[in-house]
Design a protein. Structure first.
Length: 677
């Protein structure tokens, strides 16, 4: 090996580690101060070489919060790159990096860990235990690799000066607080013992630790000790402390201040993490509830756009594929003054990668583009965000980006669920259509074949033996042909009506009609079938005009009366009755037959269903047609068994609109109709 060559990967193996069998799991530990992207690339190459499952982990700690913005963005982009290359990415929050890594490795069965060389100073690394050493002590049987950066030159864009004003504010507060405390101590110096003055300084340090970070708190502690020793300890105006008791007091002040600052920083960080987690959990729950409550695609996309727009204070667009292009299906349209916006959206959709404003990929455009991908990494669309106000890069912060990705996954799952639901509905319609066709053929074939056979036989007899037939037989054959032709016509009419009613082709033509006239027309058409039954009509004397489609309601009475004549013995009664209700006319067609089989009261209204198959000729469409017609009139129909025997069909016709003016001719016509009935 050449003398100037340096191997970027250094392996550290725990004492109990051995060659791992198939099914290895690699873990890449990312941090703001490590060579994150190079680390991810190295782990990716090694994982692909041995076909190992690999993870990328970012541990967010209080020390990372103080890091520069560019460092954190670099770690975030590395996390995105790892996910795009097939890694399972995670972000956890904790106080100790080593403890979080050890806990994650144990839970996921990690066999190999990749760490980046820290950029700490040599003197600091000698005073502390390295992360690799802590992991070796906490994990057994795990290989650890340290990946050195390819270049140690400082990277451009480290805007550390942006953090300076905020930090200077904390130090200024520390100095001002200690000076103010010293002034107050001078005022009570002659009235209180020195132990009480120490309490003044301790209180000041606690206040500074509460509102500032560790650095200003340490500075306040040192200033407090120095000023207290200089002004209030014997040998005034000197830092020399003669009494050992005061020395212990000053040391205790420093220790207490350090502990308080650490505990305060930890509590502040934990509170921040808790608030972020609560906010993210609430956002995910609201998104989940909002998407679950929507049925159609347009409602689903509108709910997603509204939720994300409110959370991120952004203009949001959702683009879905259409033909060979992407089109905005919900939200704000793309800017028309920049053609690059549409090109970036196409690139994100094809490459399944985050791009746009605030990222390292195509950052020149205004919007941030994120692919909407499912669990199997299938891209269903693109989500676009554009801040309504100038932003400092909130999108690429770890906590916000991970939340945005989680929301994007929820939207993708909702889109996938909607697509599967539509496919299921189409499949159900196809199955229903196929079942309808098979049922239609099996149910109608007999009802069509039987009258056709009778008609053909009777006509053949008339043609072949017309010289040998007397007038009576010839008349019977003609009557048979006529009755079977009417039966065949009724079957065909029922088929046509049920198909038109189901498809919505029939328009309800509601007009004001006399109900008795409609019932009379139905009875006249069934005169032959009802000749062995007596029909009684019991309607209110003050029955008003009813707004309805007379032809369709006539078809309802025809089907109900024909059904009653089929299933009741000869000589029994069929009763038509009605009653006025506040908002509807309640009508009943009852018979004295054997009634309905128990539990079949609802099923008899299904298409092609027969309560007693094979007992009576019919296709099972009459009652289904009745239900369609009554529901088209905004009414209801049901069937029950009568206590005294027989079945009763109840249906309602709602009163809609104002009654027309009653005039004498109309009264005369109604009276004449009642007399005829």
């Amino acid at each position: 090996m050449p003398p100037n060559h340096r191997d970027p990967v250094e392996g550290i193996t725990s004492p109990d580690s051995a060659s791992h069998p198939a099914g290895q799991r690699f873990l890449v530990c990312l941090g703001p101060d490590s060579n994150a992207l190079e680390l991810v690339q190295t782990a990716r190459r090694m994982a692909e070489g041995v076909k190992a499952e690999w993870y990328a982990l970012f541990v967010d700690t209080p020390s990372h919060t103080d890091g520069t913005r560019s460092d954190r963005e670099h770690a975030v982009h590395s996390l995105q790159a790892a996910e795009s290359w097939g890694a399972k990415t995670f972000k956890v929050s904790g106080l100790v990096v080593a403890a979080e890594i050890i806990n994650f490795a144990r839970q996921n069965g990690i066999t190999t860990i990749f760490l980046g060389r820290s950029k700490q100073k040599k003197w600091y690394s000698r005073l502390t235990t390295s992360l690799a050493t802590k992991l070796l002590r906490g994990l057994e049987g795990v290989d650890i690799y340290l990946v050195a950066p390819e270049s140690t030159a400082p990277q451009p864009g480290k805007r550390r000066t942006l953090q300076l004003p905020r930090r200077l504010k904390g130090y200024f507060l520390a100095v001002a607080g200690v000076i103010l405390c010293t002034v107050l101590a001078f005022g009570v110096f002659y009235y209180l013992p020195l132990s009480n003055l120490v309490m003044f300084y301790l209180l000041t340090m606690v206040i500074i630790a509460t509102v500032s970070e560790r650095g200003p708190t340490i500075l306040a502690s040192l200033l407090s000790i120095g000023l207290f020793a200089f002004f209030f300890v014997t040998r005034y105006f000197s830092f020399w402390v003669e009494n050992v008791e005061y020395t212990v007091t000053l040391v205790m002040m420093l220790v207490v201040a350090t502990l308080i600052s650490g505990l305060t920083a930890r509590a502040r960080y934990q509170a921040k993490v808790a608030r972020q987690q609560e906010w993210q959990t609430t956002a995910l729950y609201d998104m989940n509830q909002g998407l679950l409550g929507k049925s159609g695609l347009e409602e689903l996309l509108a709910a997603a756009v509204e939720q994300i727009s409110r959370l991120f204070d952004s203009r949001v667009s959702i683009l879905l594929p259409h033909m060979d292009d992407l089109e905005v299906r919900a939200g704000e349209p793309l800017p028309q003054d920049d053609v690059r916006e549409g090109m970036v959206a196409q690139w994100v959709f094809k490459n399944n990668c985050l791009a746009g404003a605030g990222t390292q990929t195509l950052p020149q455009v205004k919007g941030l583009y994120m692919p909407l991908k499912t669990a199997n990494r299938q891209v269903l669309g693109v989500l676009r965000l554009e801040r309504r106000s100038p932003s400092t890069g909130k999108y690429v912060e770890v906590e916000y980006l991970r939340l945005l990705e989680a929301l994007g996954h929820q939207i993708a799952l909702a889109l996938e669920r909607e697509s599967l639901s539509q496919q299921t509905r189409r499949a159900q319609l196809q199955v229903e259509a196929e079942r309808f066709r098979n049922t239609l053929l099996s149910s109608v074939s007999h009802d069509l074949r039987t009258p056709l056979t009778v008609i053909a036989g009777s006509a053949s007899s008339l043609l072949e033996a017309q010289e040998n037939l007397d007038d009576k037989i010839r008349l019977e054959l003609i009557q048979t042909i006529y009755e079977e032709a009417k039966r065949l016509d009724l079957v065909v009419q029922n088929l046509l009506e049920i198909s038109r009613l189901q498809s919505g082709e029939i328009r309800i033509n509601k007009e004001w009609h006399v109900l008795e006239e409609v019932i009379g027309c139905a009875l006249s058409q069934l005169e032959g079938q009802l000749k062995q039954h007596s029909v009684t009509i019991n309607l209110p004397q003050d029955l008003p005009l009813v707004q309805m489609d007379a032809l369709l309601i006539e078809r309802v009475f025809i089907n109900l009366l024909e059904n009653a004549s089929k299933y009741t013995p000869p000589g029994t009664k069929i009763e038509i009755s009605g009653a006025l209700e506040p908002e509807a006319l309640h009508l009943v067609v009852a018979d004295q037959g054997p009634g309905l089989p128990p539990g079949q009261e609802e099923r008899i209204f299904e298409k092609f269903y027969q309560a007693r198959p094979g007992a009576i000729r019919g296709a099972g469409l009459g009652l289904a047609i009745c239900r369609c017609i009554i529901e088209a009139h905004d009414g209801q129909i049901n069937a029950i068994n009568r206590p005294e025997g027989g079945a009763a069909f109840h249906f309602t016709l709602p009163f809609t609109g104002d009654q027309p003016d009653w005039q004498e001719p109309m009264l005369d016509l109604e009276q004449e109709t009642r007399n005829e009935a």
